[in-house]
Design a binder for this molecule. Sequence first.
Ligand code: C2E
Ligand code: MG
Ligand code: MG
Ligand code: MG
Length: 275
Amino acid sequence: RAKLNGRNNYAFYTQSLTLESVEHLKLQSALHSAITNNAFHLVYQPKLDFSTGETVGFEALLRWVDPLMGNISPAIFIPVAEKIGVICNIGLWVLNSAARQGIEWLKQGKHFGRISVNVAGPQLQDAGFFDEVKTVLEQTGLPPECLELEVTESCMMSDPKAVIKLLKKLGDLGVELSVDDFGTGYSSLNYLKRLPIDKLKIDQSFVRDIPHNANNTAISKAIIALGHALNLTVIAEGVETLEQAEFLRQSGCDEAQGYLYSKPLLPSELNKFLG
Ligand code: C2E
Ligand code: MG
Ligand code: MG
Ligand code: MG
């Protein structure tokens, strides 16, 4: 009896695993054709200065519309791209496209501050990454100060010494560096102090329920204090309500990004944010 149950469970288990891997395989092969067919585009979300209300920059966010599956979230496909080893390829495309967008805005006399691009862990581990960034800047003509790279804590902590070296070189180039989703990873404060970073981004999971959730409110305030103690700019992401914005501003947070101001938009929709 027990054996039979066990067998049934086993059969059920493998069947669901198979369904899952079929979905995964579909996603993997769709991703490969997306790269070949250039099925990606970027949207841009403004970042605002809390004290002046002015746009200080835009975060480039990757979008993929598959002809059959429709819009697929980067939260789903980026981890798959990392797993099948195509994230560096995609990341370079993102970097190039964002830089070309920046140059186009500059040519049109539109001031955008900085364009930030998300960098995945494998890109930081890739020996060619620094030269890629340098080449993109040289080939597009985008001034390094106009580019910001967003890196997560966990990516930096996998090989801190090598990452510190890489980030130093990028910082020396003039590129701005920020730690994305800050507070959700496990950065050692000791390394944080040694990292040549310019900015902390408070993760949206903390911002979501301030000022009502006492823990997240305390954490947000602590991140602002920590950032300022280390001479870093602090930006809150996922700001959706005036109440959150007011609380963060009063707590000394420097910059904000979120649906309250704007969703990520196509370049053609961004005119009111461009100076
Ligand atoms: P992230 O870098 O932390 O980006 C912020 C995410 O929060 C974006 O989701 C953005 O659309 C969303 N967001 C912005 N404001 C609000 C708000 O007020 N409320 C809520 N609920 N959400 C808001 P998105 O575009 O779906 O991207 C998800 C994640 O995928 C990004 O998180 C980033 O980790 C990754 N990603 C996106 N584009 C790229 C890329 O080009 N390269 C890499 N490596 N990762 C990317
Ligand atoms: Mg980001
Ligand atoms: Mg710097
Ligand atoms: Mg984030």
